[in-house]
Design a protein around this ligand. Structure first.
Ligand code: NZQ
Ligand code: ZN
Length: 384
């Protein structure tokens, strides 16, 4: 196990009806900006529930944070927040709204162009405090300090993180996820699955706890994911999925172990060039990534095969083949296709995708920072 420091300050309010408790988590007299997306929170009544819990506060609203949140939209919220002297933000939605709110929180006090936070790693020295009400279990953004923001004008989708960007609190009410369309339920399962794989399917690091924890989360997704689609009103299933997705990327299973993230970097470029949902890009890339890098990942692939898919027969090659095939079949069982061609993207896209990676400096990826553009090209070609 590698040395690590672990500190996660986000308070989780878990369970049905917990939106009612947010007032006590926000400083008295705060000027609150509620941020949300395209309107699902209005239709589902979640926004009304949040606003009644904020009785007594001065409340403003900013709507329109799109999936894959854009700098162009978020800067409008930053201007509103500066004008109205907002001192607390409350994100109500999925990962895009929460990520967008993290950017807003950092951009409000930022001197200069806040895009430099993403493009030049400009330091963040302060951020407006914020909380979140999660409506789509997937990204773990409700309990981590990272975010992914798109700049439409330059076709950049980039990630950033900072200790100041943990939500002060997040409400995880499984009942809020019952209105999700099947596509988004499936996206959440796939995104959480790949988050775990990025922190687990690397190389052995004597991290017995993290391995068993990661395997337990994977087994939960394999068991509960299909049930969420087959039994869409089953709240117990939604509660398990919600907590699994949060634990998949709140720093716990990633502490003290090597981390990959190449699948995500290749996936982001597919989203920004072709508009494919984030999780769908991961379903496209991961099987090909594991195939291309099966040698360096051999030991953990065999452990994954045995402990997650119960594959014990046959020689090592056969077990690794079967583990990759089971992974692809799992995504397909959730109706998430696993090839670029399934999304109408031809093999001719490979050159553009590799050029994006090069432009974004993604030339040494993976747990050993040695996975280069040639490897990425092979992955995209295999995923065609
Ligand atoms: O915009 P609204 O109207 O709210 O509709 C949303 C959106 O269209 C809808 N939705 C959300 N909750 C709903 C609902 N519809 C009905 N009922 C509900 N309860 O679902 C659609 C997708 O929402 P979005 O927030 O975009 O999805 P997700 O949570 O998967 O977030 C994806 C974003 O998160 C980033 C991705 O890059 C992408 O931009 N990620 C953030 C990470 C992080 N912060 O740690 C890590 C991830 O790897 C990921 O990169
Ligand atoms: Zn992800």
């Amino acid at each position: 196990m590698q040395n690590f420091s672990f500190h996660n300050p986000t308070k989780i309010l878990f369970g049905e009806g917990r939106i009612a408790d947010i007032g006590a988590e926000i400083p008295a007299g705060a000027r609150v900006l509620i941020t949300y997306g395209g309107g699902s929170v209005v239709k589902t009544g979640t926004l009304a529930e949040v606003k009644s819990a904020l009785a007594g506060f001065t409340v403003f609203e900013f709507a329109g944070i799109e999936p894959n949140p854009t700098y162009e939209t978020l800067m409008q919220a930053v201007e509103l927040a500066r004008r109205e002297k907002i001192d607390f933000l409350l994100a109500v939605g999925g990962g895009s709204v929460i990520d967008g709110t993290k950017f807003i929180a950092a951009a409000i006090p930022f001197v200069g162009d806040p895009w430099d936070i993403l493009a030049r790693r400009a330091p963040i020295t302060s951020a407006v405090p914020f909380g979140s009400v999660l409506t789509l279990p997937a990204t773990g953004s409700e309990m981590n300090n990272g975010a992914v923001i798109t700049k439409k004008a330059t076709q950049d989708k980039l990630a950033f993180a900072n200790p100041l960007l943990y939500p002060r609190f997040s409400v995880l009410d499984p009942a809020k996820t019952l209105t999700l369309p099947p596509r988004q339920v499936a996206n959440g399962v796939v995104d959480a699955f790949v988050h775990i794989v990025e922190q687990y399917l690397t190389y052995p690091a004597d991290a017995a706890v993290q391995d068993r924890f990661a395997e337990g989360l994977l087994l939960t997704l394999i068991a509960e994911g299909p049930r969420a689609l087959a039994e869409p009103d089953n709240l117990a299933v939604r509660a398990n999925l919600m907590w699994t997705a949060t634990l998949a990327l709140n720093g716990l299973i990633g502490a003290g172990v090597p981390q990959d993230w190449a699948t995500h970097m290749l996936g982001h470029e597919i989203t920004v060039l072709y508009g494919v949902d984030h999780a769908q890009t991961l379903a496209i890339v991961l099987p090909a990534m594991l195939q291309v890098r099966r040698e360096e990942k051999r030991a953990k692939l065999l452990q994954y095969a045995e402990r997650v898919w119960n594959l014990r027969d046959g020689d090592e090659e056969a077990r690794i083949d079967a583990a990759i095939a089971h992974t692809r079949a799992f995504f397909e069982s959730l109706s998430v296709p696993t090839r670029l061609s399934d999304y109408g993207i031809g093999a001719d896209a490979v050159a553009a995708l590799v050029a994006q990676l090069e432009r974004h400096g993604m030339k040494k990826l993976g747990e050993r920072r040695d996975f280069g553009l040639d490897g990425s090209r092979r992955v995209y070609e295999l995923a065609a």
